[in-house]
Design a protein around this ligand. Structure first.
Ligand code: PLP
Length: 415
């Protein structure tokens, strides 16, 4: 027999996940993950946990949509389920303003392409029925842009990212929903970055018929668990009429294990695919934590801590171009311009996990998912300032930290 290499046990160090996501998983979630017993996916407590998770998700998302559940995997898994209702030849308008909505656009082009269109350019199809409205990096999709495009094209579906994590921009969900309603279009929203960070109720946006999020950003549940999704009855009826060519990512079939059958809640789920007791326990705990904190309080905490970080990096000479509250996207001061990638790499090498933008132009992204304390923000600012100073920025870090302390003291005093 040939020699088999047995590698040493894999050790992964503790780092600070200060990027756009994944966020820092709560120790309580990891504890639940590691404490779940060995149980199969039809064991009574696993099934009960899924039903309870479904009910908590409806509360967190602010919806009475029966078809609200989790899709095993990450954000793209939930999005694939949501986009599965888009069939070849369907007319769709997709609004893109960065990396992630760009991939949403690609997903839609793959689903809406006819067999001939897909074969013509299978990795990057350009179906005639899909219109991509591209808004430049660093800018938001506005209600006017959506209204104009829907009035002109009158599609069956329209899709947009709520928060475009690539550039850190918030898009106009209200304007999108209103335009969809006005033109009878079914809106589909990528809420991967906003759920659990902003305070919004999906039922307040009646133009939107499909929603998809992820486990590891606002929900803070990286132990690969569930991407929350929610669909209106109209979406489900449309899907039932057209069908879709997937078993595993079929919104109606995938819902069955969560106890949603024939459009109704039932007491107990039925088999669709294997679920992990560990994943169910972890996801359940993450949802409990979010409800205990409260979605509105979380949203306030994000806004407050993002403002503190934004103020500090601005005082350090950086220019912030984002408006999300979980993430700061910035340009370095003129004297360090062009060295963004070098700075990010030097930070990452020390376990300080910030990110560059993934598409042009190169900018620095610093995220605060589940890092909502004065100590965590101060640590981020110190590390970032030290890295800039190593590149010759010459920042007075004592002054910056004093400024940050004042931001927190003023808030305490106001309480
Ligand atoms: C992170 C992100 C995704 C991709 O999610 P994965 O969890 O990496 O699959 C999609 N859309 C948006 C807006 C995101 O922020």
């Amino acid at each position: 027999m040939a020699d088999i290499t047995i590698f040493p046990q894999l050790e992964i160090p503790e780092t600070i996940a200060a990027g756009p996501g994944p966020g820092n998983t709560d120790p309580r979630v990891l504890q639940r993950f590691a404490s779940a017993g060995v149980a199969d996916h039809m064991q009574a407590d696993v099934l009960r946990g899924m039903i309870e998770a479904k009910l908590m998700l409806r509360e967190i998302m602010g919806t009475s949509n029966i078809h609200t559940f989790g899709v095993a995997g990450t954000g793209w898994s939930g999005l694939d389920v949501m986009f599965s209702a888009v069939m070849p030849g369907d007319k769709v308008v997709v609004f893109t303003n960065g990396t992630f909505s760009g991939i949403d656009g690609l997903t839609v082009r793959m689903k809406a392409a006819t067999a001939e269109e897909l074969a013509a350019n299978s990795l990057d199809p350009k179906p005639a029925s899909v219109t991509i409205v591209d808004v430049p990096h660093g800018e938001s999709v506005t209600g006017e842009i959506v209204e104009a495009a829907l009035a002109k094209h009158k599609p069956k579906w329209a899709a947009m990212a709520h928060w475009e994590t690539g550039s850190g921009r918030i898009n106009d969900l209200r304007g999108f929903s209103d335009a969809c309603e006005k033109h009878g279009v079914m809106g589909l929203i990528d809420a991967v970055s906003s759920l659990g960070v902003e305070d919004f109720r999906i039922d307040d946006f009646p133009g939107v018929h499909g929603w998809a999020s992820c486990p590891q950003k606002g929900i803070c549940c990286l132990p690969l668990t569930y991407a929350p999704v929610s669909f209106t009855d109209r979406y489900i009826q449309t899907l039932r009429a057209s069908g879709t060519r997937t078993f595993v990512h079929h919104p109606i079939m995938e819902a069955r294990h969560w106890g949603i059958i024939d459009g109704k809640d039932v007491e107990k789920g039925t088999y669709h695919r294997t679920h992990s007791a560990y994943a169910v326990a972890a996801f359940h705990e993450a949802l409990r934590i979010l409800l205990q904190d409260g979605v509105a309080q979380r949203a306030r905490d994000y806004a407050f801590h993002e403002a503190a970080l934004r103020d500090a990096v601005t005082a350090m000479g950086c220019k912030v171009t984002s408006n999300m509250t979980s993430l700061v996207v910035l340009n370095l001061p003129d004297k360090l311009a062009g060295r963004e990638m070098e700075l990010v790499q030097s930070c990452r090498a020390t376990g300080f996990g910030i990110w560059p933008t993934l598409s042009e132009p190169v900018q620095v992204r610093i995220g605060i998912l589940n890092l909502l304390t004065q100590a965590a923000i101060t640590d981020i600012v110190r590390r970032f300032g030290a890295a800039m100073n190593e590149m010759g920025a010459d920042i007075d870090m004592d002054g910056i930290i004093a400024r940050l302390d004042r931001h927190f003291e003023t808030a305490m005093a106001a309480q």
